[in-house]
Design a protein around this ligand. Structure first.
Ligand code: SAH
Length: 354
């Protein structure tokens, strides 16, 4: 059976206005449909009870609903804890979405690609390479699934799931605008974080968008030698280029950048590493988010002991660098992005599931 090409979440408020006009419907239908999608978090057209049945059926023939965009395949974790969703896209590809509850404000960690081309040594997402990028609708459907689970829209969105946002720039920005739009999810730009492994042209382009989104840069090492060993992207855009782009970004936007720094025992956790990191970031408007490595099968490194973690953080704080130590709130059940997808692909290869 032919299924529709586009997801309901691919349509922007402007698209909905043209859509209803094209179909000869009253203009208010556009608002009704978006209300069901973004305020009521419905999963199907059948639930849009104030639309005529014929319209609901016609919509069903033209657009993928939530389940048709991303079908919930697995759901782990329980209420009040980190919840991990495995979602299957229309072509059978799987992605992960993680809900990290926090007092007063839930955070959703979303994916922007199926797989990843960047192959960071410690990251499970890149182990099988990139399969494809997600459409804006596939990105937004993840938020819709979580909103449905929660019964309300989530407070924070972070692009820290599978994939590199700046390798899918247009779809990510389209999704950000829709997350932000009052007729969409209505989530404030300051509550949306884009995290990059260091794709310099993306950082430079984002600087010109005039958006108030948060930018995170996965730094993880204070020298090119160490960073090359962890992150192949550093060979393309070494630290000098990356830091120059970050400095220009803060100058152009007046926004603070967050640097993510995954601490790996005896690799980047020594006092000399802290000193080099301070040197690298001197004078830059930023904060550093320290994360103990979440062990993955594919990487031999280990997280440092607690004493080293706090010692590293304190060395930064003493010099006036704003540093926080995140002790694996999301990353433990989340257990490093991409693992669930990897396991699921493994099962499929062994002949089970899918
Ligand atoms: N591609 C983007 C976003 C996805 S990864 C980026 O690289 O920023 C989100 C964060 O999780 C990144 O900082 C990434 O380096 C980190 N991460 C991946 N695997 C990890 C692991 N095993 N332990 C700790 N952090 C990890």
């Amino acid at each position: 059976m032919d299924s529709p090409a586009n997801s309901v979440y691919d349509l922007t408020p402007d698209d909905w206005n043209s859509f209803v006009k094209e179909w000869g419907l009253p203009a208010f239908r556009a608002g009704q449909i978006q209300h069901w999608l973004y305020q009521q978090h419905v999963a199907s057209f059948d639930e849009m009870t104030n639309l005529p049945l014929s319209l609901r059926e016609r919509l069903g023939r033209s657009l993928r609903d939530l389940g048709g965009t991303a079908r919930l395949r697995e759901h782990s974790g329980s209420e009040g804890q980190t919840v991990k969703l495995l979602l299957e896209l229309h072509d059978g590809e799987c992605i992960e979405t993680v809900l990290i509850p926090a007092r007063g404000r839930n955070t959703v960690c979303i994916s922007c690609q199926a797989g990843c081309a960047f192959d960071c040594a410690f990251c499970a997402s890149g182990k099988r390479g990139l399969v494809r990028s997600l459409s804006p609708g596939e990105i937004l459907a993840q938020v819709a699934h979580v909103a449905r689970l929660l019964g309300e829209r989530p407070g924070n969105i972070v692009f820290m799931g599978i994939g590199e946002p700046f390798a899918n720039y247009d779809a990510v920005l389209a999704a950000v605008r829709q997350l932000n739009d009052p007729a969409g999810f209505g989530i404030g730009a300051r509550h949306i974080t884009i995290s990059t492994c260091g794709v310099v042209p993306g950082i430079r382009r984002l600087a010109g968008e005039g958006l108030q989104v948060e930018l995170s840069v996965s730094l993880h090492a204070p020298t090119n030698g160490q960073r090359n060993a962890l992150m192949p992207v550093n060979k393309r855009w070494p630290l000098e280029d990356l830091l120059a782009a970050c400095r220009d970004y803060t100058a152009a936007t007046n926004r603070i950048i967050t640097f993510e720094y995954t601490l790996i025992r005896d690799f980047n956790d020594r006092p000399s590493d802290a000193a080099r990191l301070l040197e690298l970031l001197r004078g830059l408007k930023c904060r550093v988010n320290l994360i103990p490595l979440s062990p993955v099968d594919e990487f031999a490194g280990e997280p440092p002991p607690a004493r080293t973690l706090y010692g590293f953080r304190d060395a930064l704080l003493r010099e006036g660098l704003n540093a926080t130590l995140r002790t694996s709130r999301g990353l433990n059940v989340n257990a490093a992005c991409g693992q669930l997808r990897l396991q699921s692909a493994g099962r499929t290869e062994n002949g089970a599931a899918r």
